[in-house]
Design a protein around this ligand. Sequence first.
Ligand code: FO1
Length: 317
Amino acid sequence: MSTDRRVVALTGGVGGAKLAHGLYRRLPPGALACIVNTGDDFRHLDLHVSPDIDTLIYTLGGVENPATGWGRRDETWTFMAVLEQLGGPDWFRLGDGDLAFHVERTRRLTAGERLTEVTDHLRRGLGVSAAVLPMADAPVRTIVHTVDAGTLTFQEYFVRHRAQPRVRALEYEGADHAEPPPEVVAALADPGLAAVVLCPSNPLLSVAPLLAVAGMRALLAACRAPVVAVSPLIGGAAVKGPTAKVMDELGIARTPEAIAEGYRGVIDALVIDPSDAASRDRCGLPVLVTPTLMDSTARREALADEVLDFAATLGRG
Ligand code: FO1
């Protein structure tokens, strides 16, 4: 990897945070900006919880929980134990250290700061040198319409119902009226941008809300750097989470060509795992075949290098 130019990563949950971490470790300090899904955000116990933002900050800050991917390592759970004892809502688990993030975020939002400003404060608190940029300051909420459990907010679907109900349709409420914050506009308009990386997050639950924000697609179309997506599929399956299940339920084939089709008009190229190499010539755009499983820091870094080197071979417009 040899770039001293800047990179933007678009990311959602745990899989996206892993590649963002690889990029973060391979790029010079300050060279990475991450635009993060906030469709999973919700109000819980009167606190503003931003799971994907926190997953990213914890991962880049080296304090993520390696077992779950979300929350903090070496967490204590006194708050939850007492809440349970009192009969409070215990379906969404907030660790003691994690709780401080939600309390401080909520306090600052209530005092009038934008989510972008609050997030910047939180990432600095953990010594993270990458910019962590919410996709919007205004609320955008992923709503899951299910066959068997009605209409659910994302966290009700994902955590409370363990992603079990059958998905009928997805909605990104508020996306039409939200707009990318000025910091996102500036990051994508940066003349020194070398690459935009669409991380291997769930295309429907994590990336689609990002692309649904009014103006986001136009910003990506106008940016000078190539946009490269990394497929979240490995051998037609997802590493973790309900990606494969939701794709099946919505009638989307679990193939790289379906991923490429879904991102048509947004991406210039796609990175796929060798186990999906048979699809290489069916994607209709440049494809790099390289191992995408990120089960160690070394593999996160290796994939980051591959993606950046691949992007450097792609021209734009
Ligand atoms: N995911 C769970 O499956 N169960 C939980 O209790 C849970 C709590 C939680 C608390 C803070 C946080 O930032 C994330 C949390 N998550 C939990 C993950 C969260 O649902 C994410 O939205 C998903 O991982 C999808 O990205």
